[in-house]
Design a protein around this ligand. Structure first.
Ligand code: FMN
Length: 172
């Protein structure tokens, strides 16, 4: 079985997105990286932030895993700022140490969102589809989830099972 990691990009470590992340982890045994516990600064063209946590973290991810699942809450109809900064910083490896950027080619990328309800607007998925394409990654698809009364509702549990079975375990 391929090795996978869930990159949790919520503003809180134990919030709604983490409930979904834990459910996926229990079904896949994937590792979890909580970006809120890392110091990852904005991309800049002078690479002033090259000594924060991103460089080492990205290299480890690129070397170790075949499947990368990004788990983000929906904030203002899109991914969290934390995840956007993480994606921006991948650009570091398109300018410098390109061999690590190239390691992403052929790996699989999936996206898990957690919003306030079942509604997810058109356009949410586009940056992930196009980024996977640009990076030469195989896009696994989008799982949209939500939490009700602090718990994962039954229909969301079914969606998680379906995604894990059809997108991760079969393809992975
Ligand atoms: C800044 C902010 C913006 C939000 N914008 C949206 C939104 O556009 N659509 C939506 O469905 N939920 C929105 N929500 C609700 C969150 O997506 C939802 O509560 C989610 O489960 C939170 O996950 P978390 O606990 O991991 O942060 C927003 C919440 C916050 C804090």
């Amino acid at each position: 079985m391929k090795k996978g990691v869930i990159i949790q990009a919520s503003a809180r470590s134990n919030g709604n997105t983490s409930k979904i992340v834990n459910a996926i982890k229990s079904k896949t045994q994937f590792d979890v990286i909580d970006l809120s516990q890392k110091e990852i600064n904005h991309f800049d063209y002078e690479f002033k932030n090259k000594n924060d946590d991103f460089n080492l973290l990205f290299k480890n991810i690129a070397k170790k895993y075949d499947i990368i699942l990004f788990a983000t809450p929906i904030y203002w109809y899109t991914m969290s700022g934390m995840l956007k900064v993480f994606l921006d910083r991948i650009s570091d490896f398109l300018f410098h140490e390109k061999e690590f950027g190239r390691l992403l080619r052929g790996k699989q990328m999936g996206i898990v969102s957690c919003g306030s309800d079942a509604t997810v607007f058109e356009g949410f998925e586009m940056p992930f589809v196009q980024s996977a394409n640009y990076l030469g990654m195989d896009y696994l698809g989008h799982l949209h989830t939500w939490i009700e009364n602090d718990d994962i509702p039954g229909n969301v549990n079914s969606l998680i099972d379906e995604y894990v079975t059809n997108k991760i375990l079969i393809k992975g």
